[in-house]
Design a protein around this ligand. Structure first.
Ligand code: RIB
Length: 297
């Protein structure tokens, strides 16, 4: 079983010809609400791109978005028995602008996601005990993530951490991560802003490995992935596609990667599956609406 611990958002999406300047009003395209959130997107990608059962631990509000977001997870066969509905709290939302090049700009209001606590993680212990892989991101409170990483590591699970949005993390957390999957900006944030901090993905990955993570995959968008693995370092060029919308591309990569890992693929094969999935995902609009199914790869 794959257990994903993280955020669940309703994405409020507008396409724009270009990003607005400060103080400027632009006319956008049609407004859409699309299920998203890094945690939920990664859970959906794990479910669509593999055969292992998937469960999610997270928090929703008891509002209309919460009902829709829960239904979206259930529709993908995800176990939501540990997705709490918190009374009197708003579900998380993300306000997303997507420009003509498919690049996005995202602002989040965490809502219920900000209330995911160590007690929610402890209550899901039976689920975690059944997991082979536990996947986390940084859209829920850091204290809860640190608690969950420690618990999953102590239970002997494979811990996959996507440090997004960018934040610095305690060394003790990094030392318990089996696969750390940052993009270049997140890698730079983890390594700190000193003049001596490495800027090249290869050096970033090596530096993060020496800080204790067993394997580091630095995702580089259209430039592919640089992987610093226990078995050695390797560059994985991306598939060349015309991007319509890059929202959730990283989540789709991670879901494809974890889904393959959970059924016994080696890291290189799992990276290949993640890349094929993300290449398809960026040709489609939205977060969960863009994530492909295994048969499409
Ligand atoms: O990674 C993409 C996701 O980031 C969006 O779905 C949005 O909800 C934000 O969490």
């Amino acid at each position: 079983m794959i257990v994903v611990i993280g955020s669940i958002n309703m994405d409020l999406v507008l396409r724009v010809p270009r990003m607005p300047l400060p103080g400027e009003t632009l006319t956008g395209g049609a407004f859409r609400t699309i299920p998203g959130g890094k945690g939920a997107n990664q859970a959906v990608a794990c479910a669509r791109l593999g055969h292992a059962p998937v469960a999610m631990i997270g928090c929703l509000g008891d509002d209309a978005f919460g009902h829709t977001l829960r239904a979206a997870l259930v529709a993908d066969g995800i176990d939501v028995s540990h997705v709490a509905a918190l009374p009197g709290v708003a579900s998380g939302i993300a306000s997303i602008l997507v420009d003509a090049n498919g690049q996005n700009s995202i602002v989040i209001a965490g809502g219920a996601n900000d209330l995911l606590s160590p007690a929610h993680i402890d209550a899901a212990l039976p689920l975690l005990q059944r997991a082979s892989v536990v996947v986390l991101q940084l859209e829920t409170p850091l204290a809860t993530i640190a608690h969950a990483v420690n618990l999953a590591h102590c239970l002997g699970k494979t811990v996959v951490l996507n440090p997004a949005p960018a934040a610095s993390l305690p060394a003790a957390v990094l030392a318990q991560v089996d696969y750390l999957i940052p993009n270049e900006i997140e890698a730079a944030m983890l390594l700190g802003a000193s003049a001596s901090a490495p800027a090249e993905p290869r050096d970033q990955a090596a530096a993060l490995r020496s800080s204790g993570c067993r394997n580091v995959l630095v995702t580089l968008g259209a430039k592919g992935v640089h992987a610093a693995l226990e078995s050695g370092s390797q560059d994985f060029p991306a598939h060349a596609v015309e991007a319509l919308d890059t929202t959730a591309a990283g989540d789709t990569f991670i879901g494809g990667f974890v889904a393959a890992l959970a059924v016994g693929a080696d890291a290189a094969a799992a990276i290949g599956q993640g890349q094929r999935a993300a290449a398809i995902g960026v040709t489609r609009a939205g977060a969960q609406t863009s994530i492909p199914y295994l048969h499409e790869l």
